[in-house]
Design a protein around this ligand. Structure first.
Ligand code: DX5
Ligand code: ZN
Length: 217
């Protein structure tokens, strides 16, 4: 079963609680939470208080995507806010092995993300450690960007590597994915698909989720 992870970066923050309740009662699998520091990426999104306050509205898996420099400083705090999966970017941490193990020491899932320009081979040696690999299919920082086609090859590469290692891994694709290209992403090997604008557009969250899930499962 392919998982869908709506990104709340595209939510209407003036009614975030209501929109989280809609996600809770929908076929969405994860709730994808994009944290941006205005340093690793040009944009600033939101942090601990928002995550903590929406935790009480849903039991869905909190898939926290950290687009922040030196993420190890904040792991414990994100765990306290209710993260179930924490993803750190390969590009943001000099000691990726240590931080992945640190995340796992809290009993939650750990994942590594790669920017479009970062080769898959960079994470070959830590593939055995992580629960999930996130392949960015846009340059991180904003919702609503255009899908980068060559990232499909990177998804295939992660799939191939994990197959060779005999390792069951989650492969998440993030950015520029909607009804028109979700199938391609899944065919390439992604089993978790993030969608922000494609879920929240036209204030038709449930219908959009049904459309996206219907085309992959
Ligand atoms: C981009 C974020 C994505 C973003 C996806 O930096 O990591 O999760 O919210 O939004 P869409 O689906 O609109 O590209
Ligand atoms: Zn994301």
């Amino acid at each position: 079963m392919i998982k869908l992870a709506p990104s709340i970066l595209s939510a209407d923050f003036s009614k975030l609680g209501e929109q989280i309740k809609i996600l809770e009662n929908s076929k969405a699998d994860f709730i994808h939470i994009d944290v941006m520091d205005g340093n690793f990426v040009p944009n600033i999104s939101f942090g601990f208080p928002i995550i903590k306050s929406i935790r009480k509205y849903t039991k869905k898996t909190f898939d926290v995507h950290l687009m922040i420099e030196n993420p190890s400083r904040y792991i414990e705090e994100f765990v306290k806010c209710g993260a179930d999966i924490i993803t750190i970017h390969y590009e943001t941490d000099k000691h990726i092995d240590r931080t992945i193990n640190y995340i796992k020491s809290f009993g939650i899932k750990a994942a590594v993300a790669l920017n479009p320009g970062t080769p898959v081979m960079c994470i070959k040696d830590i593939l055995g450690l992580v629960d999930m690999v996130l392949i960015m299919t846009v340059n991180p920082g904003y919702g609503g960007q255009k899908f980068i086609d060559y990232s499909l090859d990177k998804i295939r590469e992660v799939k191939e590597l994990s197959k060779n290692m005999n390792k069951d891994i989650l492969i998440e694709a993030d950015g520029g994915i909607g009804a028109g290209n979700i199938k391609n992403v899944v065919e390439a090997g992604a089993n978790v698909v993030v969608a922000g604008s494609a879920v929240f557009k036209d204030n038709a969250i449930e219908e959009n989720i049904n459309l996206l899930k219907g085309s992959i499962n």
